[in-house]
Design a protein around this ligand. Sequence first.
Ligand SMILES: Cc1cc2nc3c(=O)[nH]c(=O)nc-3n(C[C@H](O)[C@H](O)[C@H](O)COP(=O)(O)OP(=O)(O)OC[C@H]3O[C@@H](n4cnc5c(N)ncnc54)[C@H](O)[C@@H]3O)c2cc1C
Length: 404
Amino acid sequence: MDVAVIGAGPAGLMAAEVLAAGGARVTVYECMPSVGRKFLLAGRGGLNLTHSEPLDQFLQRYREAMPHLRFAIEAFPPDALRAWSEALGQPTFVGSSGRIFPQAMKASPLLRAWLRRLDQSGVQLALRHRWTGWSANGELQFEAPEGLTSLKPDAAVIALGGASWPKLGADGGWIDSFKAKGVEIAPLRAANSGFRVGWSDLFRNRFEGQPLKGVALSFGGETMRGEATITREGIEGGAIYALSAPIRDAVLAHGEAVLHIALRPDLAKSDLTTRVSAPRQKQSMSTYLRKAAGLSPVAIGLLQEATIAAGLNLSAMDSETLAALINAVPVKLTGVASIERAISTAGGITFNEIDEHYMLHKLPGVFVAGEMLDWEAPTGGYLLQACFATGAAAGRGALNYLKR
Ligand SMILES: Cc1cc2nc3c(=O)[nH]c(=O)nc-3n(C[C@H](O)[C@H](O)[C@H](O)COP(=O)(O)OP(=O)(O)OC[C@H]3O[C@@H](n4cnc5c(N)ncnc54)[C@H](O)[C@@H]3O)c2cc1C
């Protein structure tokens, strides 16, 4: 049983592991000179493998895609992922927000141990092999260091990722090959991404890269606490990513959307009003806001930016209006930040193209997994969990197909 796995990210490598354990001869084809580059990047800010919330709640994070991922995630749930990591010498812990991380926080020791185990189970790696599609007689074609090669394995698992951070390997270049086979692809869009804002030069030059800490962002009836960072083009960060799906849809539909930022979400309106009722005396507005309302320079800058945009004057505001503004600063988002900088990708191969084992109806023996499928989820470990789980499900599916 020869199986080609194409794409050496978390989904492809997990499929390879399941296939090798089931007795298949597996070769993993990867276009880059090394494997798991996005996985390694994911580990740089703390590798959030999965989440500890109850499974039913966990599954809700995938919204409309949930019914299509449930089967795979229930078969390889967060607890199984934790046990898998521990078996590779990387025990995990639950962080204060319920997110789960390996104790080492990084992806590199986990990936190293995983690759060793894959090697011991006979999985071959073919690096610098770029899959370019199918030949007329259905062979998989690759651009390889030795030139063009083609092969016809007994089954294939394709896990080429989305299109964010393309320099790490996943660039969405697979779309045309699948479309040529009649496979429906929902357009790839940035997910867990930042947004564009038309900052003034003054604000952008002074505050680019600075975080708004401990804020609460509200959009479309949802509120998210956390952090947001000012970028040259706009705004990004964990709290923004969490709201990014509905914001993106609104921006794409209407050309813009207004986000509200509470700069002191822990202070009740009455408390904040009392604080900003104190006489300003000779203090500058910035010094006054810093002392009276406990605002950081970037928060004050944001407040000033919003008042100028609305043609208002911060110094002339009565205390109630000022307090209300501090906890609902409107920020006009004028576009979605480029997919190159997004954490993940929405869109991809639609679920009506695959069966419950992740096999393409139109290409029997070809299975697909990971971020190239049409689902999205917030950050919090949901992305990797679904990639690992669908990789495992596609691997099991391919084994069953071969044993028929
Ligand atoms: C900055 C950042 C931080 C993140 N942090 C987290 C986190 O903490 N927790 C979390 O859950 N998720 C996180 N993610 C998301 C997570 O890394 C991805 O969802 C996950 O890596 C997707 O796995 P995948 O196997 O589907 O695709 P990928 O990891 O993208 O792997 C696809 C592989 O296919 C290869 N490939 C592509 N095209 C070809 C081709 N034509 N031929 C051969 N090979 C090809 C690519 O080089 C790549 O190695 C983060 C992402 C980013 C960018």
